[in-house]
Design a protein around this ligand. Structure first.
Ligand SMILES: Nc1nc2c(c(=O)[nH]1)N[C@H]1C(S)=C(S)[C@@H](COP(=O)(O)OP(=O)(O)OC[C@H]3O[C@@H](n4cnc5c(=O)[nH]c(N)nc54)[C@H](O)[C@@H]3O)O[C@H]1N2
Ligand SMILES: Nc1nc2c(c(=O)[nH]1)N[C@H]1C(S)=C(S)[C@@H](COP(=O)(O)OP(=O)(O)OC[C@H]3O[C@@H](n4cnc5c(=O)[nH]c(N)nc54)[C@H](O)[C@@H]3O)O[C@H]1N2
Ligand code: SF4
Ligand SMILES: [Mo]
Length: 814
């Protein structure tokens, strides 16, 4: 294995790493190198005096490589080794000002630094693609080799045949990487097409970007609908938990009820008034029949629908065909229960709806599903009312100007316009998208209002990589995978591997050797954010305004380099260094800081600055029901019950048009949808994305994470497992019409007997614990092998792919 070449034992046993520290200077420290989950032994406690420790500020890296979520204080022991981390109490993390707690991932941050899985040197492939034979090279050689190849491909085939692949919301990719693409001249940034922009764009199409269904004043909410969202695990938006259980339980004391729509009885679901274990991938049918009940039983807000809904009557007529009797056999939820939840949604006010990935990001009719969910909130009169969707309190003005921080201009105007663009009335380079994630016509600056990150166009990664195999519409020639493992991220790893082999040029930058590296021409070692000092973040709170930077905690391991730097180095080599601060990132950071009045040197020295509010300003109630402004950009200034944005327009494949009214298509394989397939494959398989002990498919290499999440588990109802002679803890063979995996049965009574649910991404080994990594292909444990990757089945608006299929299972004896 090639990574063996770059590994070294840097990890001197977990003993020096673990630390649970009390608030005082003198604190207990957990000293443990054993697998506590297995032994159940109490850890030894050693006291350390934190006054002797140096404290550095960082932005926690454990929710993804370049985010500014939890601000942390990192303690370096007298030998200069980072041994303890805690939340920065003045930064307003998690549940608010004063909070020091971090989640489990945050608490194991030190293990990313001192980890044997890290790549230390640039590597160049010397064997066949996929064989994994590499030799060490210098940075100079790698950057020169990559730049030369990119130039060659640009000259020979055109700039659009180069794509950057990275689905994560990392700023170095979303901003710096995009800038690089634009200046290079390619629109092909490949997004996973199964995360976040999917649900956000559906919202934009139905209720507009400014409106929301999520209740920002939960203390006033009476009904919360938790739809396909993983509040127990998904850290996001500066909350240890996306669903913020702490605030939710407070609100429950105030009379909040909630409905949980998920196939599994997860911990939060056990507190719900109603649990709706919908069949995976059938949320669209459920949403349509809820609309049916709301309208048929006259439970909608007449004033709102008359004044602010476009084509409400057409929607009302349309949903007549979707009564609960239609949805029950599709969703597996009884007519009575569908009616009950619809009545609750129509009568308990105010209501907020929180929906996540599983409500629409990862089903092939996800766009209509999410549109329906937004329409439910709208027609019941729950938008922009206190305790309803949106309607957050207004924060007092920030005390210094942070407006430029974290904003790297992406130079979108550099994308070249070609004749095809002009002829079709498209924005520059849209006709050169290899696989438009959203329809080309929609990807122009006017309609593309999700401007937070994506002012620039995007291609859908899975469709994009398939171009290499089909040559349609043209084959990509070069791909840069930056902080992603294509073999576990998208459907059908075997297809992806074939394409990676066929590519003219493929290079990777990662902190760890992931399985896709074996196919690369060059593998570049990235340092973590604890080893560079590039990420600045700010936060405006009732208590004051905060600004912080990552202080460098350790020298980059081996020759690893900052992710921010690669674009600058390549730009300089390719002759457009002027657009990249001539290779000096600090120049950019200085410009971002300029309006704040703080200098980069000052901030790096201090780590963070917090200016307390003395003007007495408090968060204020917003003005509610501001519909004119909220719906301003929508056709006729109204909620799109009848969708005049997409209706009649070409879909993203340009092989058909999109409809005006919601449709249900369901998963490519489903019990009700494909009964003939269900005869051989009787169970439904799906997976969950977020897990509190990993990010995406990584951090399985950290002992603290892995010891509690050791084996590739699947949750299965004991009644189902026993039918197949499968005991709790047995390895199972799981076969779908598309591939097979082996995973370990975890008995769970709280899952429907017809559903089996796993988690993707088990490729990482954990050397310290002797836990192996598992293959990404058939016979391994990567669930993406099980799913359909037929392009024609992907969502026609936003390219989402189903992660639901039918499977048969047996005990694995191998
Ligand atoms: N700790 C941690 N936090 C993370 C991440 C991480 O990797 N680790 N990743 C981040 C990222 S990139 C994202 S996109 C978000 C994702 O966070 P979420 O949007 O919350 O998505 P999932 O984690 O997939 O959880 C979806 C929930 O829906 C359930 N479910 C599964 N199938 C279905 C279905 O067909 N219908 C319905 N109604 N429910 C279903 C699952 O059991 C799960 O509880 O999390 C972010 N936060
Ligand atoms: N079946 C299935 N597939 C899914 C999902 C699902 O729920 N089910 N979820 C989808 C979603 S929501 C998302 S967001 C995507 C996520 O997909 P990806 O973001 O591609 O996630 P990973 O495959 O875990 O790859 C992340 C890579 O980044 C590397 N890395 C970590 N830190 C750094 C760093 O600082 N610098 C660099 N250069 N590399 C780093 C890790 O070692 C790892 O190899 O997956 C999608 N795929
Ligand atoms: S939620 Fe956890 S992993 Fe995410 S930034 Fe905060 S402490 Fe780090
Ligand atoms: Mo995601």
């Amino acid at each position: 294995m090639s990574q063996g070449l770059t590994r070294r034992r840097f990890f001197e046993g977990a003993a020096s790493l673990g630390a649970l520290v009390a608030l005082s200077g003198c604190s207990p420290k957990v000293s443990e190198s054993k697998n506590l989950a297995d032994t159940g032994e109490a850890p030894e406690i050693e006291m350390v005096n934190l006054d002797e420790y140096e404290v550095k500020h960082s932005w926690c890296y454990m929710c993804g490589p370049a985010k500014v979520l939890c601000s942390t204080l990192c303690y370096l022991n007298p030998e200069g080794r980072w041994t303890h981390v805690e939340g920065n109490p003045v930064a307003g993390n998690n549940w608010g000002y004063g909070c020091k707690s971090l989640c489990a991932k945050g608490n194991s941050a030190m293990q990313t630094l001192y980890n044997p899985a890290r790549i230390e040197y640039p590597m160049k492939r010397v064997g066949e693609k996929g064989e994994g034979k590499f030799e060490r090279c210098t940075w100079e050689e790698a950057v020169e080799g990559i730049a030369a190849k990119l130039q060659e491909i640009k000259d020979q085939y055109g700039p659009e045949t180069f794509a950057l692949w990275s689905p994560q919301e990392c700023k170095f990719v979303m901003q710096m990487g995009r800038r690089f693409l634009n200046v290079f001249g390619t629109p092909n940034y490949m997004h996973s097409a199964i995360c976040q922009t999917q649900i956000t764009s559906s919202r934009e199409l139905s209720i507009g970007t400014k409106a929301d269904t999520y209740p920002y004043q939960l203390n006033k909410t009476k009904l919360l609908v938790n739809w396909g969202v993983n509040g127990e695990n998904a850290d996001m938006n500066n909350n240890v938990d996306k669903a913020n259980p702490y605030r939710r339980f407070e609100a429950m004391d105030n009379g909040l009820q909630f409905i949980d729509i998920r196939p599994m009885l997860d911990p939060l679901a056990t507190h719900a008034s109603v649990w709706v274990p919908v069949r995976p991938g059938t949320d669209g049918a459920l949403a349509l029949s809820i609309l049916n009940v709301l309208i048929e039983e006259d439970l909608y807000d007449h004033d709102f629908c008359e004044s602010w809904c476009n084509g409400f009557d057409k929607l009302a007529e349309h949903v007549k065909q979707f009564p609960p009797s239609w949805a029950a056999p599709i969703t597996g939820i009884s007519e009575e229960k569908i009616t009950e939840v619809a009545r609750m949604m129509g009568t308990i006010k105010p209501m907020g709806i929180m929906y996540g990935n599983s409500a629409g990001d990862q089903s092939n009719d996800g766009n209509w599903t999410c549109i329906c969910i937004n329409l439910i909130a709208a027609i019941t009169g729950n938008l922009d009312v206190p305790g309803g969707g949106g309607a957050g309190m207004k924060m007092p003005e920030e005390l210094f100007d942070c407006s430029k921080i974290n904003k790297i201009p992406t130079l979108s105007d550099r994308l070249p316009a070609c004749d095809e663009d002009t002829a079709a009335g498209l924005a520059p380079s849209r006709s050169k998208l290899v696989a438009p994630e959203f329809p080309r016509w929609w990807q122009n600056p006017e309609t593309w209002a999700y401007t937070k990150f994506f002012v620039d166009p995007t291609s859908a990664a899975n469709r994009g990589i398939q171009s290499v195999l089909t040559g349609k519409p043209f084959p990509l020639r070069a791909v840069f995978a930056h902080g992603t493992n294509p073999l576990s991220q998208t459907r059908q790893p075997k297809l992806v591997a074939e394409a990676l082999k066929k590519l003219d040029f493929y290079f990777v930058m990662d902190t760890a050797w992931n399985p896709s590296c074996d196919y690369a021409d060059y593998v570049l070692p990235a340092c973590t954010r604890y080893e560079d000092s590039c990420q600045i973040g700010s936060r405006n709170m009732p208590e004051g305004t905060f600004i912080g930077i990552e202080q460098q905690i350790a020298e980059p391991l081996g020759e690893s380099r900052s992710d921010w730097r690669i674009y600058l180095d390549l730009a300089v080599k390719l002759g457009f260094g002027e657009d990249f601060w001539n290779g000096d990132l600090d120049e950019l950071l200085r410009a971002q800081l300029e309006p704040t009045g703080f200098t980069l040197e000052e901030l790096r020295e201090k780590g963070y600055v917090f200016v307390e509010r003395t003007d007495g300003a408090k968060p204020m109630e917003p003005t509610y029901q501001n519909y004119e402004e909220l719906f301003e950009k929508l056709p006729n200034g109204k909620v799109q019950c009848y969708n005049e944005i997409i209706g009649g327009m070409p879909n993203n494949r340009e092989d058909g048009t999109l409809g005006f009214l919601p449709e249900y298509s369901g998963p490519p394989e489903g019990i009700a949808e494909t009964p003939e397939i269900a005869k051989e494959y009787p169970l439904i398989f799906t997976d969950v994305h977020a897990h509190r002990l990993s990010v995406h498919s990584y951090f399985g290499n950290l002992p603290y994470m892995r010891e509690r999440n050791r084996l590739p588990w699947v949750k299965i109802n004991p009644a189902t497992a026993q039918q197949y002679g499968i005991e709790d803890g047995d390895w199972m063979k799981i076969e779908s019409p598309h591939g097979w995996v082996k995973m370990v049965a975890e008995y769970f009574e709280g899952i429907s007997p017809e559903v089996v649910m796993g988690k993707r991404g088990w490729w990482q080994d954990c050397e310290e614990l002797g836990e192996p990594g598992y293959e990404c292909f058939d016979g391994g444990s990567e669930v993406n092998n099980l799913y359909d990757a037929t392009i024609e089945n992907f969502d026609g608006f936003h390219s989402a792919m189903a992660k639901q299929t039918l499977v048969k299972i047996s005990k694995w004896e191998g």
